[in-house]
Write a protein that binds this ligand. Sequence first.
Ligand code: ADP
Ligand code: MG
Length: 398
Amino acid sequence: MNIHEYQAKQVLKGFGAPVAEGVAILSADEAEKAAKSLPGPLYVVKSQIHAGGRGKGKFKELGADAKGGVRLAKSIEDVVANVGEMLGNTLVTKQTGPGGKQVNRLYIEDGADIDRELYLSILVDRTVGQVAFVVSTEGGMDIEAVAEETPDKIITVAIDPEAGVTAADIAKLNAALELSGEAATDGETLFPILYKAFVEKDMSLLEVNPLIVMTNGRLRVLDAKVSFDTNALYRHPDMVELRDETEEDEKEIEASKHDLAYVALDGNIGCMVNGAGLAMATMDIIKLYGAEPANFLDVGGGASKEKVTAAFKIITADPAVKGILVNIFGGIMRCDVIAEGVVAAVKEVGLKVPLVVRLEGTNVELGKKIINESGLNVIAADDLDDAARKIVEAVKEG
Ligand code: ADP
Ligand code: MG
């Protein structure tokens, strides 16, 4: 689960991190009052969407010459004018995809006098099995380019879970970010605070880009992106309250209600697969034959007929889906349960696109029998390769 920047900053502020004053608004009438409550004279109006790259993003409705999704304003009137332009429009950034995201909330924040923009994130580093800081002096809006072109400018400091953030870790981080004087003293308190927030709130990612050194020499968290470990959310009802479902894919929300591992993608071949590895392989092979998957879906082992039905309904309800590939290797999952779920779902919602079914493993004969006797117009396949080729061909012909 992700939350908005302003919410992430509230959470971090609660742990003692230095953030600017700001007010989130949902309508243009709130803009003036919000700006007046801030110290000024510099303000920033920031689009609140669950995607990064807002500063360099473009509003669909405003044309290429208009300013982006994060705007400086030099007066209250300027804030109000920018709010009027931004609110309700669709922001397209590198992370939203070409469709963009509608901006329903803005964050009016106190403007900072920036000396340097740094990068800092905390994540679970699977190569060492530890939580790690990833930092760079080259923060700001082009960190992806830094990672690609000058990866040596990105430094990782793994944290020992027993010891927490030690003095040696702090020294490494301060050196990596080239902090000295008051900024280094701020770092001494800030790094353990961010680590504590990450661990206590079961975050999977905490990204501060940029972390800034202000002209007065002090550190400030200027942008914040937080993702939570979904499996630990039950421990944090206060964080669940911050969820903004309008930012999430409807199909993913529906899938999460059925405890399905589902991720919506941009292609047109819907996939129903058991096992994350097989799901990845299925997506790869669809691409190999020149098409794109519409989703990742792992129905898991031991799924019930109801769960399979729900999964199949989510796939068929997606207007982008022009063909469906069911690829099941029955181990714990039984092929007959999958077949029953598919047949039940089709009875309820119909089937308007080609369907290729490849079944193998436990109760495969029974599964095939259920499908064959159902009267469904199914294209049978022998193996994964055959199945992928057949669905790609069927979609191309359709
Ligand atoms: P994104 O990463 O989505 O583009 P940021 O919050 O990082 O959005 O903002 C983009 C840039 O805007 C920052 O790198 C910084 O230069 C500037 N900026 C953001 N917030 C402020 C602020 N409060 N004061 C001054 N400049 C800001
Ligand atoms: Mg940023």
